[in-house]
Design a protein around this ligand. Structure first.
Ligand SMILES: [Zn+2]
Length: 217
């Protein structure tokens, strides 16, 4: 039987995670409400570094950036940020958005600093929101990981200006994306073959690459 599986550009060859989070967020918020029944600005809670709901939030995203896939294996937890999919700047535009919605769980995703700061005030129109909102998990149909580890836009989306703008703003073509993916591949490879002698040599190599990587942040 041929199954039409889409390889997710955020996952390595050794570990696959699912980023369809709409349902998971329902139970996340149910639990959250038990602790904070009156809270409406969810951002304030999930954004507090090291606090229990910040940790739970990042766990939901498998400690990875939902846009580029970089994981906590490669960057420090302090380099992860909570991104507003619809940017909070819309609240100043008086276009019918309310703060409850903008700072609500469904508008928040786990992002690395580079993606979040690059994305900035990028505003996706409502018709295309499901396409680009990571929780609907359509990003793997739009982008793919090439064999040289760079992220590219799939052919059918290559001429769509909204997608091109998104790709450019988030710097998905940045060379660091390739280096990070290489590191994640190597680390997941080491995990799989843990204990085998060659792994020690590989780990030393990874450490050297990581030290170079850190100078870029
Ligand atoms: Zn990222």
């Amino acid at each position: 039987m041929i199954t039409n599986t889409i390889v997710d550009y955020r996952n390595t060859s050794y570990k696959q995670f699912d980023f369809s989070l709409r349902e998971k967020k329902v139970s996340f918020i149910e639990n959250f409400k038990l602790d904070y029944p009156k809270a409406w600005n969810i951002y304030n809670y999930v954004n507090r570094k090291g606090e229990v709901y910040n940790i739970k939030f990042r766990e939901m995203y498998h400690d990875k950036c939902v846009y580029c896939g970089v994981s906590i294996q490669v960057i420090n937890s302090s380099n992860f940020e909570v991104d507003h999919v619809i940017p909070k700047s819309v609240l100043k535009l008086e276009r019918g958005y309310d703060a409850k919605e903008i700072h609500g769980i469904n508008n928040l995703v786990n992002s690395c600093q580079m993606c979040n700061r690059g994305k900035e005030d990028f505003l996706c129109d409502i018709e295309n929101l499901e396409t680009l909102h990571p929780d609907y998990n359509k990003l793997p149909t739009i982008f793919n990981r090439r064999s040289d580890y760079s992220i590219e836009i799939n052919n059918e989306y290559k001429d769509i200006s909204l997608i091109k703008e998104f790709y450019k703003k988030l710097k998905l073509n940045n060379q660091l994306r390739r280096l990070d993916y290489l590191l994640m591949e190597m680390k997941d490879f080491c995990d799989r073959y843990e204990g085998e002698q060659i792994i020690n040599e590989l780990e030393k190599l990874i450490l050297r690459i990581e030290n170079k990587r850190r100078r870029n942040y």
